[in-house]
Design a protein around this ligand. Structure first.
Ligand SMILES: NC(=O)c1ccc[n+]([C@@H]2O[C@H](COP(=O)([O-])OP(=O)(O)OC[C@H]3O[C@@H](n4cnc5c(N)ncnc54)[C@H](OP(=O)(O)O)[C@@H]3O)[C@@H](O)[C@H]2O)c1
Length: 291
């Protein structure tokens, strides 16, 4: 088991660390600042946050408290659905909260625009939002742009637009053995778009630890179930974003192994055996974002 300090090159030319700290639901006072600081002090160089997580100030605090130079850290934040018509203003607000001059990666959080009252903004398209992210690149305030929760068909629609001239660098998607999304991962590889795996442990409370296949593979390889799940995503070529606010878990989640082929394959097929589980499927306007 070794600390995973691998990086991968994005289609924007930027270099992104393969394991990043997730911060969704790190909202208890001081939690995100401490998690960020502990992560950076222990070898992480990549932090994933979002405007809607409500913790950008603390992430910024954690970065400053760690003493790690800004230039060595990869920071992602995301544009919230209600701000899709005002990306520049939303980015400026995020930067101010983070206390940073730029973010390394700015993502459209979900391909669904909402009005201030929470209703779906049917007169606005995520493609327009993406075009406004493209414009932000020249400001220097974002180094790379990308999307999140985009299906293959939504990406195809986006890439087919003649005014879309910059490919998304990443698509941040739910990715764990119960939602492997093999076809989407293959499509992203074909397109040179990096998959970022969110909820790698199955999200809140790490429910994937309950599965016998996961614990069996962990015991066989003498590692924690978390290591198995994080390593599986690394092995399929994804950037992976485990979240924890617990110091010891933050530290151990950076350690990955190379899974033996038979274990990797068994995890690839876990959803065939146990059924698919998607944990994040919000239904704004009454319908799923996923098609
Ligand atoms: N783009 C999107 O729409 C989207 C959606 C969801 C998530 N994300 C991103 O992806 C990140 C990760 O996803 P997630 O937060 O849903 O879930 P996750 O990383 O799969 O799991 C987090 C849960 O696992 C626990 N945990 C972490 N490491 C552990 C370990 N070694 N042993 C035992 N338990 C452990 C955490 O507890 P403690 O924190 O209490 O230690 C927490 O309850 C998010 O934080 C966010 O940055 C993005």
């Amino acid at each position: 088991m070794t600390k995973n300090t691998q990086t991968v090159k994005l289609n924007s030319g930027a270099i992104i660390p393969v394991v990043g700290l997730g911060t969704w639901q790190a909202t208890e006072k001081g939690a995100a600042a401490n998690a960020t600081k502990v992560a950076l002090e222990n070898g992480y160089r990549h932090i994933d946050t979002a405007a809607i997580y409500g913790n950008e100030e603390e992430v910024g605090q954690g970065i400053r408290d760690s003493g790690v130079p800004r230039s060595e850290i990869y920071v992602t934040t995301k544009l919230w659905n209600k701000d899709q018509r005002n990306a520049e203003e939303a980015l400026n607000t995020s930067l101010k909260k983070l206390g940073l001059d730029y973010v390394d990666l700015y993502l459209i959080h979900w391909p669904r625009a909402l009005k201030a009252d929470g209703e779906v903004d049917t007169e606005w398209s995520y493609i327009e939002t993406y075009k406004s992210l493209q414009k932000l690149l020249s400001s220097g305030k974002v180094k790379s742009i990308g999307v999140s929760n985009f299906s293959k068909s939504k990406l195809q629609k986006l890439l087919a637009d003649p005014e879309v001239t910059v490919k998304p660098a990443v698509n941040q998607i739910e990715s764990h053995p119960l939602l492997p999304q093999h076809e989407l991962h293959d499509y992203l590889k074909e397109q040179g778009i990096i998959a970022e795996a969110y909820s790698p442990l199955g999200s809140t409370g790490a429910p994937l630890f309950k599965y016998e296949t996961v614990t069996k593979i962990a015991a066989k390889n003498k590692v924690e179930p978390a290591t198995v799940l994080i390593s599986w995503n690394v092995q399929r070529g994804a950037v992976v974003l485990p979240k924890s606010v617990t110091d010891s878990r933050i530290i151990s989640n950076l350690e990955t192994i190379v899974l033996p082929d038979e274990d990797f394959e068994e995890l690839n097929k876990l959803a065939d055996k146990e059924g698919i589980v998607r944990t994040a499927d919000p239904k704004w306007g009454g319908t799923s974002v996923f098609d």
